[in-house]
Design a protein around this ligand. Structure first.
Ligand code: IYR
Length: 226
């Protein structure tokens, strides 16, 4: 066993008024985030997407294994290949694979199999989860809570993009195996989410949908179980 090493926590204690002000401000910013399906092809500074990835990679993870890989695609040809492959899968989904109740659930979002944002966005960030790690010797290393860890990292990624004034969409063209193939990822990595990143198109629209009321998502203490 390795002996753990500890250092004092670098922590800034805030006044209560400052805490509440920050809580309110952050909520005020984040509640305005929307998933955006029409993105502008206007260039975005590389630094922005790099900082968003750094933020994501700061997420907590099971046993600190950091079981993620972020592939940033800005190559026009590769983006086109990804679009063609994603649209082929999604065409099947919408025409044959999705059951009627799923199509009904999607109808309020106005989605279909066309994915122009995969070519329009200046960057596609494809997040891979590492089902297991590979040591320098080549032997397998167990990763823990992989889905939870990568999900949290993706949440931070989305928040970082929104804070810097960029838009994205949580896109999961299904099945996503083509992403591992096109991006030449090793077999321990599975595609998790594809994020197109850019400015919203000037004429972007979003569906009229609502978030649940806070009473419907929060419970303090015991419920009735009914
Ligand atoms: N992945 C498909 C379908 C889709 C599924 C859900 I659940 C959504 O919230 C949105 C879309 C697509 O991208 O069209």
């Amino acid at each position: 066993m390795t002996v753990p090493e500890f250092v004092p926590l670098d922590f800034v204690r805030l006044d209560e008024s400052e805490m509440v002000a920050r809580a309110r401000d952050f909520y005020g910013l984040m509640r305005r985030r929307r998933s955006v399906r029409s993105l502008s092809s206007e260039p975005v500074p590389r630094e922005c997407v790099e900082y968003a990835v750094r933020t994501a990679a700061s997420a907590p993870s099971g046993a600190n294994r950091q079981p993620w890989r972020f592939v940033i695609v800005d190559d026009t040809r590769l983006k086109r290949e990804i679009r063609v492959a994603a649209e082929a899968e999604e065409r099947e989904n919408y025409k044959r694979r999705f059951p009627p109740d799923w199509l009904e659930a999607l109808s309020v979002l106005g989605t279909d199999w066309h994915k122009p944002f995969l070519e329009d966005a200046p960057y596609l960030v494809v997040v891979f989860k590492q089902s297991y790690g590979v040591a320098e010797t080549g032997s397998r290393v167990t990763n823990y809570y992989v889905n939870e860890s990568v999900g949290i990292a993706c949440g931070l990624f989305i928040a970082a993009l929104h804070t810097m004034g960029l838009a994205t969409l949580t896109h999961t063209p299904s099945p996503m195996g083509f992403l591992a193939r096109l991006l030449k990822r090793p077999s321990n990595e599975k595609p998790y989410i594809l994020f197109p990143v850019g400015y919203p198109a000037a004429d972007a629209t979003v569906p009229v949908i609502a978030r649940k009321n806070i009473e419907d998502v929060v419970q303090w203490n015991q419920g009735t179980g009914s």
